[in-house]
Design a protein around this ligand. Structure first.
Ligand code: FPP
Length: 253
């Protein structure tokens, strides 16, 4: 079955997830399987990002969250870090105009103060350039860790309570969620992790509370349109109950 047939099936089936989050894993293994340096795996990973953004747009996904660089990734060898920073710049340089034209709003979420100055400048540029788009929100998580995000939210709340602009009894789940990077996004419906690993790795711990998880054995650089649509199809076959019992069966006729 071609990717386009799959897309037709997805549409017929009904519910396209509004928000898809992806832990893009396996670039390193993809490179070492080919005896290539790891940065070349990341470069191929960047091409996969392009195809997945296009495929998400075609399917009608409204929010796409990609985990591109974790806080722990700062401990990788300096050469690999600088390759990833350059790829981020290159991705923005190459794709910004097209993304803008396609209606994609791009944001980079995480501790962006740690990025290199050129990467930071590129992020500021693409964020401003695409800010008014509404078709697809592309969240690139870079220098991101979910626990740090939650600590940051807790600190903000503490500051506001101390300043008197927020009362302790106003601190509820909505107030907390409103202080996360993802404040204006619905929670992800579907989390995909590539390369067969079965971990959440400090990604969106709060937001993924009720997400369906699909693990794909495919390494990220090989993950394409058909793989995304197969994951969405798997999602459509799940029975989402949000902790409740299944809906009552209709009474017999
Ligand atoms: C995980 O693979 C992937 C990353 C740490 C980086 C992800 C980056 C990209 C997909 C390219 C950059 C994209 C943009 C939009 C800038 P790994 O290196 O942990 O793989 P391994 O587990 O096989 O070693």
């Amino acid at each position: 079955m071609t990717a386009l047939d799959l897309l037709d099936q997805l549409r017929l089936n009904g519910t396209i997830p509004r928000h898809v989050a992806i832990i893009m894993d396996g670039n390193g293994r993809w490179a070492s399987e080919r005896m290539l340096p790891r940065p070349l795996g990341h470069r191929s990973g960047m091409k996969a990002v392009r195809e997945i953004v296009e495929s998400a747009l075609e399917a009608g996904v409204e929010f796409l969250s990609l985990f591109a660089f974790s806080q722990e990734n700062w401990q990788r060898p300096p050469l690999e870090i600088s390759a990833l920073m350059s790829l981020l710049e290159e991705y923005i340089q190459r794709e910004a105009d097209e993304l803008e034209g396609e209606g994609v709003r791009v944001r980079v979420l995480g501790d962006i103060e740690r990025l290199t100055p050129p990467a930071k400048a590129a992020v500021a540029r693409v964020t401003a350039q695409t800010a008014d788009n509404t078709k697809l929100t592309l969240n690139l998580f870079i220098s991101y860790g979910s626990r740090a995000e939650m600590v940051r939210a807790a600190r903000r709340i503490a500051d506001e309570v101390q300043a008197g602009s927020l009362r302790p009894e106003q601190v509820d789940e909505a107030a907390f969620a409103a202080r996360l990077y993802t404040a204006d996004c619905p929670d992800p419906d579907l989390l995909i992790r590539t390369s067969g690993e079965q971990r959440i790795s400090n990604f969106l711990l709060w937001q993924l509370a009720y997400a369906e998880i699909v693990i794909s054995p495919v390494l990220w650089p090989d993950f394409g349109r058909a793989n995304l649509y197969a994951a969405i199809r798997e999602y459509q076959n799940r029975d989402r109950r949000f902790g409740r019992v299944p809906a009552a069966a209709p009474p017999p006729a």
